[in-house]
Design a protein around this ligand. Sequence first.
Ligand SMILES: *[C@@H]1O[C@H](CO)[C@@H](O)[C@H](O)[C@H]1NC(C)=O
Ligand SMILES: *[C@@H]1O[C@H](CO)[C@@H](O)[C@H](O)[C@H]1NC(C)=O
Ligand SMILES: *[C@@H]1O[C@H](CO)[C@@H](O)[C@H](O)[C@H]1NC(C)=O
Ligand SMILES: *[C@@H]1O[C@H](CO)[C@@H](O)[C@H](O)[C@H]1NC(C)=O
Ligand SMILES: *[C@@H]1O[C@H](CO)[C@@H](O)[C@H](O)[C@H]1NC(C)=O
Ligand SMILES: *[C@@H]1O[C@H](CO)[C@@H](O)[C@H](O)[C@H]1NC(C)=O
Ligand SMILES: *[C@@H]1O[C@H](CO)[C@@H](O)[C@H](O)[C@H]1NC(C)=O
Length: 307
Amino acid sequence: MTRINMFSLIGCLLYLLHFAYATLIMNEIVGPDSVESGSTDELILDCDFEANGEEDVVLKWFYNGMEDQIYQWIALNKNAYAMGSLKDLIDPTYKVSDDPNSMMRALRFKDVDSALSGNYTCKVDTADEVKWLTKQVIVYSPATSFQIFLFGVEDQFQGDEVVLCEATNISPRPDFSLHVSGSNGSLDDLELFNPIREEIPNEDDSYNVSIRISFNSSYLEPGTTKFSCLLSIPGTNYSDTRSMEHFVDYEEEPSPFELLNEEYASFNYPSNFTEESPSEDIENGSNRIASVVLLGCTLMFSLLLTM
Ligand SMILES: *[C@@H]1O[C@H](CO)[C@@H](O)[C@H](O)[C@H]1NC(C)=O
Ligand SMILES: *[C@@H]1O[C@H](CO)[C@@H](O)[C@H](O)[C@H]1NC(C)=O
Ligand SMILES: *[C@@H]1O[C@H](CO)[C@@H](O)[C@H](O)[C@H]1NC(C)=O
Ligand SMILES: *[C@@H]1O[C@H](CO)[C@@H](O)[C@H](O)[C@H]1NC(C)=O
Ligand SMILES: *[C@@H]1O[C@H](CO)[C@@H](O)[C@H](O)[C@H]1NC(C)=O
Ligand SMILES: *[C@@H]1O[C@H](CO)[C@@H](O)[C@H](O)[C@H]1NC(C)=O
Ligand SMILES: *[C@@H]1O[C@H](CO)[C@@H](O)[C@H](O)[C@H]1NC(C)=O
């Protein structure tokens, strides 16, 4: 017998066995992986299963493990029952279809808020089988505010510059990070800046998060440094960023021209989302020319001395 024939024979046997015994098939729990709190007025999780020729079908839903049963439907009955910790949020009269074999199998929540985040298990018992499926659902709330601030770049003293990112009232716990990239590329290791991270839980299970770094502008690469904060919630498509740019001049010391400009620069403290920091405007053709002229003079002066 060829190898192919053997495989088809085994395949055939498995196929027949499947029909002889496995008449309960759990397809999937149909519903969203994640949903924004308040964005919709109902959440439906449909336990899609097939129980061909099975008797005594009982469907149960559980929340976060198998201890907290929240729903039960005996397929011979017209009625289903909500129970457990989410009892008041479930609509036990919801019909997902008109088919008496499946109509009450779905969970419908009447309100969609973060209390519904969790793992939902749909378990089906029949006279001779028990099978179940689990699905995680994340109900999230975007940050009510998300900002990046750059402090201390307008004053002429370098060394007390600060970047602060903060996001408030976000749930569940987000991923929050700050990235610094200089004119030569990414300044990969944020830890060099000794970041101070804070994560404060609110009473409603949301979080206020912040990251702060202090730095000395004169230690940055000359050119434009970009600070970007990335906010996301794992398991959802939610993500958001805020960024600011900070320009560091090519000269070591502030030129007299820059100092002059400081007097005009209004101290809007903290600066907000405007992407260009005012110091960027100072870098200007005339500034460059000034330093070239200065360099030229110095060279000529040393030439004169050596003659
Ligand atoms: C839900 O399931 C995921 C993945 O299996 C697990 O990481 C998480 O802790 C569970 N959440 C709860 C609330 O049980
Ligand atoms: C920042 O760097 C400048 C130039 O190197 C230096 O003069 C200044 O003292 C530094 N400031 C702090 C707070 O370290
Ligand atoms: C960044 O670029 C400047 C100018 O091209 C160069 O002088 C400097 O050495 C570079 N710094 C690093 C860390 O590569
Ligand atoms: C989180 O931020 C909000 C909005 O700024 C504020 O009302 C709330 O008091 C903060 N929560 C905590 C625990 O600090
Ligand atoms: C993210 O968005 C895609 C496309 O809209 C969608 O298919 C996917 O289910 C979403 N993921 C989550 C976790 O919501
Ligand atoms: C942000 O800056 C702009 C222009 O500098 C100003 O008009 C605006 O009021 C500022 N917004 C906040 C929230 O400070
Ligand atoms: C550069 O500086 C000159 C002289 O102060 C000014 O007139 C000009 O508007 C500046 N240019 C830019 C692009 O800021």
